[in-house]
Design a protein around this ligand. Structure first.
Ligand code: AGP
Length: 368
């Protein structure tokens, strides 16, 4: 069944390896080739209402909040709608001005996170269309939302969220496509997005081939007490997520940062004992990220890089490279987050940690 470990030692590893399928399940039946758009059964809003939306608020906690950050860039890019990503624990007690045309999405794997539920209720009270992007069918948030989109990722048992993250990113990409197509996005651009999404399960399968390489790297670095995770644009939230994964299950202190913000403080942490994980696939500002890597190297910080296959430039600068397939920039988070999940997993194992049930954490945080 879905909740049996099978060949895997831990649920977290099983769930990491399920991602080619869980991503496919997130878009299955939702891609409309004729109209070059995405379709959702449960949005419960008529097209006129949707076309009037002039702002989107995404609210969530933890990993789901990171997925929201990835969604922000994609929705703004393809649908040209301003997006705000709010910590649910903050939003529930704030009162930010929100126009009538603001649509709210609560993003949550479990559908039971107390802060996310409370933030959602607060937005509903004020009359905003409030929807859920949720994995657990029939959960509190799924039931109370005006409508929503299920992830269909199957049960996620490991406390560290993995496949739910990539499914949330997939659904947010579909949302960007859908909102884009009722506004500014062209037919061919919509078709290109669909074709690219369909390739993702295979791209993730290829990405998972890095597992052995990640094991070697984990053995080299698992005794470090601090890690930095750095990325820019679409890969900035991936850096945050990579750092959170490591903290949660290995109890190593890690900070995720936009690579160029480094020089405003965290670069002071760089020394020979502090590895920096650079998420540096080819992108518009690739040369800029490379120069951020040079800054770390000049201070003798060890560098682990996540880079595109065949990238020799990165290999010259980094101590260790994990290669991933080259995909369009906006789809990179799905690919680049996978080696970081594996890295956290392997490091936690080497440190003798209970990866599926880390100390002090619960799978869903149902208390405030
Ligand atoms: C993820 O690895 C964490 N365990 C945690 O941050 C989690 O994402 C957060 O508690 C939100 O949970 P939810 O998606 O079920 O609402």
């Amino acid at each position: 069944s879905d909740t049996e470990l099978g060949q895997f030692e831990h649920y977290m590893l099983k769930e990491i390896f399920e991602q080619p399928t869980s991503i496919e399940n997130a878009f299955r039946g939702r891609l409309d080739d004729d109209e070059a758009t995405a379709r959702f059964g449960g949005l419960n809003l008529d097209p006129q209402e949707l076309r009037r939306i002039d702002r989107i608020v995404l609210t969530a906690c933890g990993t789901s909040w990171h997925a929201g950050l990835v969604g922000e860039y994609i929705i703004e890019e393809f649908a040209r709608i301003p997006v705000e990503v709010e910590y649910a624990s903050e939003l529930r007690y704030r009162n930010p001005p929100m126009s009538e045309r603001t649509m709210v999405f609560a993003i949550t794997q479990s559908g039971e996170t107390a802060d996310t539920l409370a933030a959602m209720r607060e937005c509903k009270r004020k009359g905003h269309p409030t929807l859920a992007i949720c994995n657990v069918v029939g959960s509190s948030i799924a039931r109370e939302a005006d409508g929503g989109i299920y992830l269909h990722a199957g049960p996620e048992v490991g406390v560290a969220s993995t496949k739910a993250f990539t499914s949330q990113v997939t659904v947010l990409t579909l949302l960007a496509l859908f909102m884009g197509r009722i506004r500014h996005l062209s037919y061919p651009a919509g078709q290109r997005m669909i074709a690219n999404l369909r390739k993702m399960p295979d791209k993730i399968r290829q990405t998972l081939e890095c597992h052995n390489r990640v094991k070697e790297i984990a053995r080299k670095y698992y005794t470090a007490e601090n890690f930095l995770y750095l990325g820019r644009l679409h890969n900035f939230p991936v850096a945050l997520e990579g750092a959170l994964k490591l903290k949660e299950i290995s109890y190593i202190h890690a900070e995720g940062y936009p690579a160029a913000e480094m020089k405003h403080g965290p670069i002071a942490l760089v020394d020979e004992q502090t590895p920096s994980v650079f998420v540096v696939p080819r992108c518009q500002i690739y040369p800029k990220v490379i120069s951020n890597m040079e800054e770390v190297r000049a201070r003798r910080g060890p560098i682990i890089a996540i880079a595109c296959e065949g990238d020799d430039k990165v290999a010259e600068l980094a101590d260790d490279v994990i290669y991933v397939p080259d995909v369009d920039e906006y789809l990179q988070p799905m690919v680049t987050s996978v080696p970081l999940q594996l890295l956290a997993y392997e490091i936690a194992l080497l440190r003798g940690c209970n990866v599926d049930r880390p100390r002090n954490l619960a799978k869903s945080v149902t208390v405030e």
